[in-house]
Design a protein around this ligand. Structure first.
Ligand SMILES: Cc1cc2nc3c(=O)[nH]c(=O)nc-3n(C[C@H](O)[C@H](O)[C@H](O)COP(=O)(O)O)c2cc1C
Length: 176
């Protein structure tokens, strides 16, 4: 395999959810590159129905109380990824609103970039959205999709076998 391809695939083999972070801050240039991946992400009809709140440690007292795992509280940055359904593309056939899909794509692209930067991330869905919205002053018409904890992992990112379903169980050729 071509060297560049190897590097690309190795990135996804390394990515895993990180729930323990070191005290080291995220370098400013790294954070800027991560934010650029959010900005550049694809979205249905290019509607970009998203907002991202960057919450550093100094602004975290109340938010940290909402986090279920102690390790998340030590992440130097938490990003609240938010959807604005009114701005999103809606599929006519079944009236499905694509806001959450779009926000999820942007987050996923940023997670890939964070992994390439040697950073660890964890998607946090287990929150009380109403409480988090209140703490962060998020308007009622905005939905919070996820909190993403980002920081330098306490332990190195190693390639490891993941507990995943076999291909035969999930890939269907031609029809179901
Ligand atoms: C939509 C979504 C929500 C998740 N919510 C949480 C969460 O609330 N708390 C947590 O510790 N991990 C959460 N995770 C991480 C998953 O548990 C993790 O991705 C899964 O176990 C696979 O492990 P890996 O990410 O290390 O490959 C979430 C992941 C996704 C994609």
């Amino acid at each position: 395999m071509d060297e560049k391809l190897k590097i690309f695939y190795a990135l996804y083999e390394r990515r895993k959810s990180i729930r323990e972070f070191s005290d080291k801050d995220i370098e400013k240039d790294k954070l800027e590159r991560l934010l650029e991946t959010l900005r550049r992400a694809q979205s249905a009809a290019n509607r970009q129905p998203w907002h991202f709140i960057i919450i550093e440690m100094d602004d975290r007292k109340n938010l940290n109380d909402c986090l279920t795992k102690e390790g998340f509280k030590n992440a130097p940055i938490i990003i609240a990824a938010c959807a604005e359904p009114q701005k999103a593309w809606i599929r006519k056939a079944d009236v499905v609103n694509y806001a959450w899909v779009d926000v999820t794509i942007a987050i996923t692209e940023m997670i890939g970039a964070a992994t390439a930067e040697g950073l660890g991330t964890c998607w946090i869905a287990a929150i009380d959205p109403a409480r988090v919205k209140d703490i962060l002053g998020i308007p009622s018409y905005i939905e919070i999709v996820a909190l993403i904890a980002i920081g330098h992992p306490l332990n190195p990112l190693l390639k490891e076998e993941k507990n995943r379903k076999p291909l035969e169980e999930i890939i269907h050729y031609g029809k179901w």
